[in-house]
Design a protein around this ligand. Structure first.
Ligand SMILES: [Zn+2]
Length: 216
């Protein structure tokens, strides 16, 4: 079984995930965007050692707490290779005033998509889903026959499953973003995989005409 705890953090209300195989004393954290003290407390409360800090992409609302978590836990950071310069200079890429300051970080590992990572007793397939950001990754998590998919910001809202062409104003490449949605959702639709977004909760993807919907 996969045990996922979700923490909605920061003013942008981004979802950070603490993921482990059920009962394990090791875990990974995905997209620690803000509120490092709260996340560190959650790690301590769960009684787990962090094996990795994984990033779907490097928008500030997903990486704001990377540096304090990496320093406090010693866990290595896995960053999309194309977006390493952003993680190394986070504040230079914050588009609005009033956020931060966030500390930059040199990631210990990079991913380009196509990797299979074995971390904390979980198998994590890294799926390249560019569009929202140039190097965006989704994470397909497997453990004991159970599967989950963290989609990051491939979609900001489940309505983009029905309207694949509705891209977010935050998308770097709106056309490619729509392609990424169609490909990713087609792969996981009508499977038992639990799908969880960077800004919405969990459900299962169903085909619906030429598009998809999230059944919660
Ligand atoms: Zn984003």
């Amino acid at each position: 079984m996969i045990d996922v705890s979700m923490f909605t953090v920061g003013m942008v209300q981004e979802n950070c995930f603490l993921v482990r195989a059920e009962g394990s004393d090791r875990a990974v954290i995905v997209d620690p965007g803000e509120e490092a003290p709260r996340l560190l407390q959650a790690i301590e409360d769960a009684g787990v050692t962090l094996d990795a800090i994984l990033l779907t992409h490097t928008h500030f609302d997903h990486v704001g707490a990377v540096a304090p978590l990496a320093r406090a836990t010693g866990a290595p950071v896995y960053c999309p290779v194309i977006e390493v310069p952003v993680l190394q200079d986070v504040m230079a890429y914050v588009p609005w005033p009033g956020f931060g300051p966030y500390e930059s970080w040199d990631p210990e590992h990079t991913v380009a998509g196509g990797e299979t990572l074995e971390l904390a007793g979980l198998t994590l397939d890294v799926v390249f889903t560019p569009g929202h950001s140039p190097g965006h990754m989704s994470l397909h998590i497997r453990s004991d026959g159970e599967e989950g998919l963290l989609t990051g910001d491939v979609a900001h809202h489940p309505i983009q499953m029905a309207h694949l062409e509705w891209s977010s104003t935050a998308d770097f490449d709106p056309v490619q973003s729509a392609v990424a949605r169609r490909e990713l959702f087609a792969r996981f639709a009508d499977t038992p995989t639990l799908v969880i977004g960077g800004h919405f909760g969990a459900g299962q993807l169903k085909r619906d005409g030429g598009a998809f919907r999230l059944v919660v």
